[in-house]
Design a protein around this ligand. Sequence first.
Ligand SMILES: [Zn+2]
Ligand SMILES: [Zn+2]
Length: 350
Amino acid sequence: MATQKGAFMRGLDHMIIKEIEKPAAGPGNVVVALEYIGICGSDIHYYHAGKVGAYTVDLTQDYMLGHEAAGTVVEVGEGVTNLQVGDRVALEPGVTCGHCEFCKTGYYNLCPDVQFLATPPVPGCNEEFIEHPADWCFKLPDNVSTKEGALIEPLSVGFHAANQGGVGVGDTVVILGSGCIGLCTLLSAKAHGAGQIIVADIVEARLNKAKELGADVVINSGKENVLERVAELTGGRGADKVFETSGAAVCIQQTPYLARRGGVVVLVGISVQSDISYSFAQIMDKELTIKSVFRYRNIFPKAIAAVAKGAIDVKQIVTHEFDFDHIDDAYQKCVNNRTDLVKAVIKVKG
Ligand SMILES: [Zn+2]
Ligand SMILES: [Zn+2]
């Protein structure tokens, strides 16, 4: 049997690498030799706490994380017409049923039967080779690297958020949270033509990154009052579009106060708390629109095109890179180094 290396959680805060079977391409599928894999906030939560929301890792077994990946097609299964050996691709990690009401109407991110990489019990892609449906592999143009390809997944969340918020030219935008998804929302808002972009977080390194990526104003919400600062910056009007990407209850509660009358609030970050008190008086008084984001739909080709065109420089969000053999070290650093690590990627090959 042909083998490959795969990385697995073994209990909490511990990852091992073992030899596993190398996949072959079944009908409709391709085998991709992975080159870069991103480490997502959800991966870190599973690694450190064993769960994200209602999804729990069965800690009695080894479990593979990872869902942000790109690489080169090395084998093509029967009936695949859109890809050839040698094509470089980004993997969309959610494989949907294709038959339900939501899939049929284009809202496939809401498919109840989705098989999403690294969402227990579905294993992830922290491995050298993966078999994946050709339909969910998107070809990268020559000027988009596989490192950028691995970042298309988180970028798609930010892109979907900007779409849900209907960010338009000149809009004043507030983004709460400046982690990977906050930064991807920032890049997407910028690409959609936003005017003033204000980003708030409590981690200085993340705010510096936001500044580097084009935030006009950053607010350290640990030191400054965000509501006062935003009121000041917008002449008391509030922002056209407010994005909450941190998942912190206190930030979610701030959103209606930050939006202008008739503005839009987009909830992106997932809170550990399911019930949060929220000012409905603010919503009613301002006639706010509240939108939410669950992953993304129909975005990968557009996100890739935006990167290829230079409208979004997604690779800038990466602060740390590790090779595959040091994956446990990489995850450890993601858990412990909150001072200068914003986004880490694993280089599998090359
Ligand atoms: Zn992710
Ligand atoms: Zn479906």
